[in-house]
Design a binder for this molecule. Structure first.
Ligand code: SAM
Length: 227
């Protein structure tokens, strides 16, 4: 018997116990306050209590402001925009990936509120801008001199694979059910599709955004900073 489409299926076998004691990150700075480094980027609360955040090691104990300021010195010139007409759950994932690849900014088009769950608090470190309508995003991009590239598997789209992505650009994604709006399609310089080979009509919008951002990284980014 087939499970209904989209219904989550439990894998067979016993459930793995969750290790409630497993901790990520680092504990309090050893030696107490007298041993704390004299560095204004460090947060006394984190030094005292430990830093369990989902940050790379070089940012351990840093204040959020210090992390943002450091990222600002080396953000990449690509922007990410996503249409949000129905509180798309993928936006959090898009924000998290944009943070991982140091995108300049994430633009949310449509509803201002979006579901932050998948962002895993990366939105604190990411510049975000809201545009009520697609036309507002397009006008902003035009004034910033940025070409807008739609990403969707629509008629007339061209393959992302082998497409020379501009260094400075906006990658615009549609939302889960309906994809890019007509206004977004009309305003994009090109619409790019990710080649698919199976039976599903499309991939998850968050996954598509990750692939497209990584395509930009593959074409333009140097090596990441070391910890
Ligand atoms: C579920 S898809 C949209 C529906 C799709 N246009 C269709 O015909 O079914 C939601 C979003 O994910 C992204 N996406 C999904 N699959 C993609 C693919 N193969 N190529 C490019 N973008 C894709 C696009 O940004 C799209 O707007």
């Amino acid at each position: 018997m087939h499970a209904p489409e989209d219904e989550p299926v439990e894998p067979p076998g016993p459930r793995r116990p969750v290790d409630a004691d497993a901790e990520v990150g680092v504990g309090p700075w050893p030696g107490g306050p007298s041993a704390w480094p004299d560095d204004p980027r460090l947060d006394p609360e984190l030094l005292a209590a430990g830093d369990r955040r989902n940050v790379v090691d070089r940012y351990r104990y840093w204040t959020v402001e210090a992390v943002v300021a450091d990222l600002d010195t080396r953000r990449h010139p690509f922007h990410v925009a996503v249409e949000n007409w129905a509180h798309d759950l993928n936006i959090g994932s898009v924000v998290r990936t944009a943070n991982a690849f140091a995108a300049a900014e994430v633009h949310v088009v449509g509803r201002r509120r979006w579901n932050r769950r998948g962002a895993m608090v990366t939105d604190r470190y990411q510049h975000l801008r809201h545009h009520p309508r697609v036309e507002d995003l397009l006008a902003w991009a035009d004034s910033a001199g940025l070409p807008v590239l739609g990403v969707d598997n629509l008629p007339g789209s061209v393959p992302l694979e082998g497409y020379p992505l501009p260094r400075a650009c906006v990658l615009l994604f549609g939302q889960e059910s309906v994809g890019l709006s007509d206004a977004a399609r009309a305003g994009a310089r090109d619409v790019l599709h990710i080649a698919q080979f199976g039976s599903t009509r499309s991939i998850n919008a968050g996954a598509a955004a990750a692939i497209a951002m990584h395509a930009w990284i593959g074409q333009h980014a140097g090596p990441p900073p070391s910890d």
